[in-house]
Design a protein around this ligand. Sequence first.
Ligand code: DGY
Length: 324
Amino acid sequence: MSRPMVVVTRRPPGRALEILEGVADVWVWPEDTEIPREVLLERVRDAEGLYSMLSERIDEELLDAAPRLRVVSNMAVGVDNVDLAACARRGIAVGHTPDVLTEATADLAWALLLTVARRVVEGVDHVRQGRWTRWEPGLLLGVDVYGTTLGIVGLGRIGTAVARRGRGFDMEIRYTARGPKPDVEAELAARYRELDELLAEADHVVVTAALTEETRGLIDAAALARMKPTATLVNVARGPLVDTEALVAALREGRIFGAGLDVTDPEPLPPDHPLLALPNCVVVPHVGSATRRTREAMAELAAENLVAGLEGRPLPAPCPFPEL
Ligand code: DGY
């Protein structure tokens, strides 16, 4: 019996390929770069399964080029790169990788929050550049974290994990979401706020919302203007949730204290981008889930999603389809 054909757009870590090769003929983009669009369009022609990264656009054009496709498995929790409605219309199952990356991503959000609030990168530069010649009472003064108010924009799995860590810092938790979440309120003494109220109240704002047409540009100039001048902003979700130009202006003019970004718009940021010249902005290259254990778990869950889809079984981590 012939085996289904699967396209993998980047070599995944861990046992993922082994899992796929157990049931399918697997073609893997051999380079350590993003697969060129024209190669992907050519390769998916006979594919029944597509194992994708967040860098590939799975849209109508790609689906038209892949008439045999039955399942798309994205090795990421975010699926803003996948046209879910188009997949649903064609009966193509879509899988993603929730849960396994929640804690690692929440850890990185906290690493950024503490780094920006306590000016860690500026301190490291100060020492490395040989400027540490004496103790100074006013050197590199930051803002407090312990005992302050944490605002979570988009309280899902990762936002809740970030908030839990905040309780260890004796923080008041405020959050926005599609609606109040009584379970989390009970567990974390968290309080629901409209976005404007949250931005005005929080000392540290962490963005963890999914990128959708409704959330694109959510943190724009008006939103940044509502934040305290002593507040920090952390984004570990997707770059386009924050208006980059407005953020550059707010940071440059000291209208907020600082920003920590794991994700940017554009992404990657060119080395001469104005954000990278600002001392109150810390940018890391989309590494929220980048621990060995987490990435292997994501890769393997994505492989299991793909195999289940090929075998006509329910996916272990299906992406909920939008209403058609
Ligand atoms: C995701 O999974 O969506 C992250 O951005 C990458 O881990």
